[in-house]
Ligand binder design. Structure first.
Ligand SMILES: NC(=O)c1ccc[n+]([C@@H]2O[C@H](COP(=O)([O-])OP(=O)(O)OC[C@H]3O[C@@H](n4cnc5c(N)ncnc54)[C@H](O)[C@@H]3O)[C@@H](O)[C@H]2O)c1
Length: 441
């Protein structure tokens, strides 16, 4: 089948590569010509395990191509996927300008039936707006061309995106007619062989399903963070509590890790957009507001512990930072807890020596060269001359470091663990001052 994907970011590129991998002819379109040039030269603008090889293979075999020519893009695919960004607007609602721009582009160039598939995360009612945008452009040009709009929200996780796309838990399709349901079903058949993963519903429910999933996961995280703050004040250990509740199958172990707040390109903006949508229909989503407020406060928790340990005099202090990405196996630093922490330390006059296995380039792009940030090539290099170590991204290689070396390198043996990955007893016995989340320090 012929597929066009608008937007070659995390979602668009993964969608394009995976659809090509099963034999489709895919053309990825992006307005960012630098990105398209890189992709045409076989270079991948983001880090996602396995993606580079999959893109390279499919490009070599001619099933995956890249363009910034809108006419060529619309001409190519029966399916026109929209996978552009939907960043938060100033008021927290989802900014639909990129989605609607793609809709108008499709309308301008299409000369035959197209299935417009909305993969971006968009508020309920957006499919109607996409349809109206296309119809209005066609009317202005006095043209009549048949098309359908489908909602197909994406649930992939950065860091495991290929696996999630190739073996999805579910494929949610929102349609309003049987013809498009059958076409989309055929496109997804290769990902649906083991058992039926298609969940077909009306368009509005499909749009809401994506927000419901992210809001539920964010709620679990904020709930545990709330409990961790309580545990700390009550002399309990949140890690024991986590095991105690996770063993209940109604609760489960997933997504109940306390930490220093959720980040990334999805949870923060999606919770805020859903809360905004609720307000627009006259409903105050109190739980969602609380989830956001708890998260914002949690991103300050490590800094507050640092203040408590060192007092007000942070001026001139040096902090080693392990982890910049908002989670492991990605270079994405959007809304990352590391950013809030670094910015608070800089504000207080401290300096940071940072290392992340994949996000150094992204960090440089965001912060550039500055005197209070040293980009280190190795995790141990961060420790040189540092007064304390902070760990905020759960990369595997941070899990079992050489604590003797850390102790020797630091000017004071202090660790702030924003992920609860170390053993408090072991570290305290080894002479460290150890601060974690919800563990009674
Ligand atoms: N990143 C994730 O883990 C994830 C997971 C599920 C859903 N989503 C959703 O998918 C959507 C895309 O997210 P992302 O992380 O891939 O975004 P991204 O910012 O990585 O990529 C978006 C791309 O769209 C391009 N673009 C903008 N306007 C365009 C246009 N008119 N035509 C063609 N390309 C255009 C941009 O240049 C950019 O390359 C968002 O709605 C997001 O909420 C993201």
């Amino acid at each position: 089948m012929k597929v066009t994907v608008f937007g070659s970011g995390y979602v668009g590129l993964v969608t394009g590569a995976c659809l090509a991998e099963v034999g489709n002819e895919v053309l990825c379109m992006d307005v960012d010509s630098h990105k398209i040039e890189m992709l045409q030269q076989g270079r991948i603008p983001i880090y996602e395990p396995g993606l580079e090889q999959m893109v390279e293979r499919n490009a070599r075999e001619g099933r995956l191509r890249f363009t910034n020519d809108p006419a060529e893009a619309v001409d190519h695919g029966l399916f026109q996927f929209i996978a552009v960004g939907t960043p938060p607007d100033e008021d927290g609602s989802a900014d639909l300008q990129y989605v609607l721009a793609v809709a108008r582009t499709i309308a301008e160039h299409m000369d035959g039936y197209r299935v417009v598939v909305d993969k971006s995360t968009v508020p309920v009612g957006t499919a109607d707006r996409v349809r109206e945008a296309i119809e209005s452009r066609l009317r202005q040009a006095d043209r009549e061309v048949d098309f359908d709009v489908v909602s197909n929200p994406e649930f992939l996780k950065e860091g495991a995106a290929l696996e999630d796309f190739m073996k999805p838990d579910r494929i949610v399709i929102g349609t309003d007619n049987p013809r498009t349901t059958e076409l989309v079903r055929a496109l997804y058949a290769p990902f649906n062989r083991n058992h039926d993963r298609m969940v077909v519903m009306d368009i509005r429910s499909a749009e809401l399903t994506k927000y419901a999933a992210n809001a539920m996961l964010a709620t679990k995280i904020s709930f545990m963070n709330e409990l961790s703050n309580l545990a700390e004040r009550l002399g309990a250990d949140i890690e024991r509590v986590r095991h105690g509740i996770g063993s209940d199958s109604r609760i489960g172990y997933s997504f109940i890790y306390p930490g220093c707040g959720y980040g990334g390109s999805c949870f923060p903006k999606d919770v805020s957009a859903l809360e905004r949508t609720a307000r627009e229909v006259g409903y105050e989503a109190q739980l969602l507001s609380a989830v956001e407020a708890v998260n914002a406060r949690q991103k300050q928790v490590l800094f507050r512990k640092i203040r408590r340990h060192f007092g007000e005099g942070l001026e001139g202090k040096v902090f080693a930072l392990w982890g910049l990405a908002f989670k492991p196996n990605t270079d994405d630093m959007r809304e990352a807890p590391s950013r809030v922490l670094m910015e608070a330390l800089w504000q207080a006059g401290a300096r940071v020596r940072a290392y992340d296995p994949e996000a150094m380039g992204e960090c440089r792009r965001i912060y550039g060269e500055r005197a209070d940030l040293v980009y280190c090539d190795h995790q141990e290099e961060t420790l040189q001359g540092a007064d304390a170590l902070m760990v905020v991204t759960e990369w595997q290689l941070f899990r079992s470091p050489d604590f003797d070396k850390i102790k020797q390198a630091l000017s004071q043996p202090v660790i702030f663990d924003g992920l609860n990955i170390y053993d408090p007893d072991l570290l305290r016995r080894s002479g460290f001052s150890y601060y974690a989340i919800g563990r009674g320090d």
